[in-house]
Write a protein that binds this ligand. Structure first.
Ligand SMILES: Nc1nc2c(ncn2[C@@H]2O[C@@H]3COP(=O)(O)O[C@H]4[C@@H](O)[C@H](n5cnc6c(=O)[nH]c(N)nc65)O[C@@H]4COP(=O)(O)O[C@H]3[C@H]2O)c(=O)[nH]1
Length: 917
């Protein structure tokens, strides 16, 4: 089989019957020729035999029946003539009487003449009426000369024809005593009618010829048919001459002396008579039958030839049609074969015994063969195996199905290819309409699908990064571990791991390092097996483990051992990374009788472990459940609260240290629950971030804060900058830029009066997206500040890169500034650092005069804290500005106020607001 696309064109097929036809024709010709020759020869032989018989019979009748008796009569009379008859007796009456008596006794002739040696008739018996006597001859002199000449040749009889009178004159010599010279002649005439009648009886055909001739002269005595010219002396030909003189009998073909027509002659010399009889048959006559037969044979042959030719033409046309049909079939088969090869899908045809009768290139390739012929005639079953690896009776199933006219489909068949590899295939089979009992099979290699399925199956139950089982598989293993524990009288525990500080590693060193750390953690936890029955990864930096322990002491040993496993840092190249786990522990059945409950319990215990300072473990307790429930309740109610406008914004003023003016305010979210009262943002904002509610809430905060700033401006409070906290979730998952822009557009606030408070964790990731967001925010014209600076990474590289305008020192450093030296040093360092980057520093949480003084001393730029004011409702904010502090922000052009904010403006502590604020 070839994969070339040259379809065979229809050609003129060779004539397979040509040789046969030629051979048959040649045989026919040879047979015909043989037949013609043989029949000719036979006809000729037969004719010759007949001719000889005819001439013999004629001779016999002539000789014995007609002429010889006359001669005998003449001889007898010649002998009986008295010796003296010629001398004198002829005058004697007695002699005449005697001669008349003799004439009467003649058996044949009824008269005779006696001639003397001069040729004179000296006696005549009674002449016949119808026959003229010798002297009445047309040329008596001639006859007499012949008589005389015959004496020299001692002829016994002289015969002379009288063609005019249609008689023959016969004369025998009469010798005297000396016998040397005839004394006279006894002559008679014989009517030729009898001979003519005899000749006429013979069947010599239309063109036959009978000649009675004189032996020596060749003169024609009688001819049948009659001579055309009775007076003419016909010449003799050489051959004729020979046989005339030979005196022999024989056969010859020669031209007639009369009409020059060639005939087959039988010539015979009559015994005792100087006559030659020639019976000639014209080839036209004697071959007429042969010619008719020949003609018939030729005609038959011609008919045969034509019939054979017609048949062979018909056969040829049929053959040519067959040929062309075969060619067309082969051509279409080649085309089909080409198409089937081009399809690239393995296709097979099997017969009713399950043998492969066709296979395309793709089919051969699937089995590992280059050539489809390698598979032809092989039983398809010999390649297939069932699921146990035994030979598969595939063909039986296929043939059984298609035999009923049904379509066969097997999704999990497999065969062994030429390399001995098991190849899973999907088999479809259809009845073969061309071949009643066979089937057409299509195979599809499903190795990749199988691998994908196995991969998917693996992924469904495994974590792709670490290869550990995932939470689902752990769920399935849960029952087994619990059963084992029950059987052994042990307790089953579920451990929930979370890595401390992993986020920092991930953010600072990148995800690749983070992934390697996660794999190392997986490896370390796995190495705890079999003490840990199952280790699974939940996602992110969270892992789960199931274990069986005899008692609480052994459980503690196990937990300590796990923590011990993480004492040594994780090495990533030369980098040492401290990775420790926090572990939440939940026990079966105390903390939950099913997997899900136990998982929640372990999760809550993990929170507790984290809260307990990390790198430790915590057991679940009922209180934890309450915390979790509260978080869930908050998440549920927050949505409703947001829709019911239970959320409001408070504003905490911020003061410029140098001018003492309120230059800005921080917008802070408040939730006044109708039943529970005020709920702290530190509680509901993480809950909102957890459930995604933070994004719509943040959007609302931006919009509300911008509107408020514009309202204040209209109310104459001047250009107060509004600081708004950005959620990390909003920054990473939402469209912060669009939301900020929408808030600015809707409110008409000058972007320069909006300050976004970002956290270090948002910027620490130097991804393209972060850079893009910051660039877009700066392009909007808003200000950026870093909130809670000092609590996180304190990496200053991003400060430079993102060109933030302010750093906000976390209140944990500000509070107790005057009592804790460390905080003092940190605050000073931050202020100096920020100033070296040309950034302003804002200190939050200023609660005392001491803190205020120190911050002034350290040249902090802006201050915020309860010492000045708690966060205020918008109206309170205006009243605060106008009434209590009497410090109105001045337009930019207004000269700066005296520096000593505290003394100059006699600041009073604002009355503490209710706890809810
Ligand atoms: N002890 C003490 N506290 C002071 C003093 N001065 C100000 N504070 C408090 O310090 C927090 C300042 O906000 P933050 O650090 O951004 O910390 C905020 C901020 O991270 C978050 N938050 C509040 N409102 C929003 C908001 O609209 N959006 C977002 N994303 N987070 C918000 O909730 C946190 C807590 O907010 P608040 O409870 O309002 O707490 C406020 C404020 O009431 C002081 O002298 N002494």
């Amino acid at each position: 089989m070839s994969d070339d696309s040259d379809f065979t064109l229809l050609t003129t097929p060779p004539n397979p019957y040509k040789k046969l036809w030629l051979g048959f024709s040649a045989i026919l010709v040879v047979l015909l020729a043989g037949f013609l020759v043989a029949s000719y020869l036979q006809t000729k032989r037969h004719t010759e035999a007949e001719l000889q018989n005819l001439s013999l019979a004629l001779e016999s009748q002539l000789d014995q029946g007609l002429i010889e008796p006359v001669r005998v009569d003449l001889d007898r009379i010649a002998n009986l003539l008295p010796p003296s008859f010629f001398a004198q007796g002829h005058q004697l009456a007695a002699d005449k009487k005697h001669l008349i008596q003799l004439a009467e006794q003649m058996s044949f002739s009824r008269y005779f003449d006696v001639l003397n040696d001069q040729g004179q008739v000296i006696f005549r018996s009674q002449p016949a009426n119808d026959i003229p006597s010798i002297d009445k001859l047309y040329s008596p002199a001639l006859f007499f000369r012949k008589l005389l000449s015959s004496t020299s040749t001692a002829q016994a009889i002289v015969i002379e024809p009288d063609r005019v009178n249609q008689v023959l004159h016969l004369a025998v010599p009469v010798y005297g005593k000396d016998k040397t010279f005839p004394e006279g002649w006894v002559a008679t005439s014989l009517s030729l009618k009898a001979i003519t009648a005899l000749f006429a009886q013979l069947d010599i055909g239309k063109d036959g010829e009978i000649l009675l001739r004189q032996q020596n002269s060749g003169d024609i005595l009688l001819r049948r048919p009659a001579l055309p010219d009775i007076y003419r002396q016909y010449p003799t030909v050489q051959a004729d001459q020979k046989l005339i003189h030979d005196g022999s009998d024989g056969l010859t073909t020669m031209p007639s002396v009369v009409d020059d027509q060639s005939r087959l002659y039988s010539y015979r010399t009559l015994p005792n008579l100087p006559l030659v009889l020639e019976v000639g048959l014209s080839s036209r006559d004697y071959l007429a039958q042969w010619q008719a037969y020949a003609l018939l044979a030729c005609a038959l042959c011609a008919i045969l030839f034509l019939v054979q030719h017609w048949l062979s033409r018909k056969l040829l046309i049929t053959k040519q049609r067959e040929w062309q049909a075969v060619e067309r079939f082969q051509s279409s088969e080649a085309r089909v074969n080409y198409l089937l090869n081009a399809v690239g899908h393995p296709i097979f045809v099997i017969d009713d015994q399950g043998h492969c009768t066709y296979c395309n290139l793709a089919g051969a390739a699937l089995f590992g063969f280059e050539n489809p012929e390698a598979l032809l005639d092989s039983r398809i079953d010999s390649h297939f195996i069932d699921q146990r690896g035994f030979p598969d009776q595939l063909s039986e199933q296929v043939l059984a199905a298609v035999g009923k006219g049904e379509y066969f489909h097997c999704e999990d068949c497999a065969f062994i290819n030429v390399d001995g590899k098991v190849v899973p295939v999907e088999v479809r089979a259809y009845p073969n309409t061309q071949q009643a009992d066979g089937a057409i099979l299509t195979l599809q290699d499903i190795s990749e699908r199988r691998q994908s399925e196995e991969r998917i199956a693996f992924m469904a139950y495994h974590d792709p990064l670490t290869g550990l089982p995932n939470r689902w598989q752990l769920g399935e293993q849960f029952d087994k571990v619990v059963n084992d524990a029950n059987q052994r009288g042990e307790m089953a525990v579920l451990l929930y791991f979370d890595l401390d500080g992993f986020k920092t590693i991930n953010d600072t060193l990148g995800h690749e390092v983070g992934d390697r750390v996660l794999q190392e953690v997986a490896s370390r936890l796995s190495s705890m097996r079999p003490r840990l029955s199952v280790v699974a990864r939940l996602g992110g930096d969270e892992y789960l483990a199931l274990a069986r322990v005899p008692d609480i002491f052994m459980l503690r040993d196990l937990l300590d051992a796990i923590l011990e496993h993480f004492v040594s840092p994780v090495m990533d190249g030369d980098v040492r990374l401290g990775v420790t786990p926090s572990i939440g522990v939940a026990m079966y059945p105390e903390h939950g009788k099913d997997y899900d409950t136990l998982l929640k319990a372990a999760d809550m215990a993990l929170y507790a472990a984290k809260a307990a300072g990390r790198n430790t473990y915590a057991y679940y307790s009922a209180e934890m459940g309450e915390d979790g429930l509260r978080r869930l309740q908050i998440q549920t109610e927050l949505r409703q609260a947001f829709e019911n406008n239970e959320l409001t914004l408070y504003y905490q003023p911020q003061f410029d240290v140098q001018s003492g003016h309120i230059v800005s305010a921080e917008a802070l979210l408040r939730w006044e629950h109708p039943v529970a009262g005020a709920i702290s943002p530190t509680e509901f904002i993480p809950a909102a971030e957890e459930c995604g509610m933070i994004i719509p809430i943040s959007r609302w905060v931006f919009s509300e804060a911008c509107k408020q700033a514009v309202i204040w401006q209209r109310q104459g409070l001047g250009r107060i900058v509004i600081g708004v906290n950005c959620s990390g979730v909003h920054f990473k998952q939402g469209d912060l830029v669009a939301d900020v822009k929408a808030a600015l557009d809707q409110s008409g606030l000058d972007p320069a009066l909006l300050e976004l408070e970002l956290t270090e964790s948002m910027l620490i990731e130097s991804s393209q997206r972060v850079t893009q967001i910051i660039d877009q925010l700066k392009a909007l014209g808003v200000q950026l500040s870093i909130d809670d600076f000092g609590t996180g990474y304190s990496n200053l590289a991003y400060l430079k890169r993102f060109a933030v305008s302010k750093l906000k020192i976390d209140r944990s450093f500000v509070q107790g500034l005057h009592v804790t030296k460390d905080n003092d040093a940190i605050v000073r360092a931050i202020i100096n650092l920020a100033h070296s980057f040309n950034l302003k520093v804002i200190a939050e949480g200023v609660e005392s005069v001491e803190e205020l003084r120190l911050l002034q001393q350290y040249q902090c730029d802006i201050l915020q804290g309860f010492h000045f004011s708690r966060p205020l409702k918008p109206q309170q904010f205006i009243e605060f500005v106008e009434k209590h502090l009497n410090v109105r922000p001045e337009p930019q052009a207004t000269p700066a106020r005296p520096r000593n904010l505290y003394t100059l403006h006699r600041p009073r502590r604002v009355q503490p607001l209710p706890a809810s604020s």
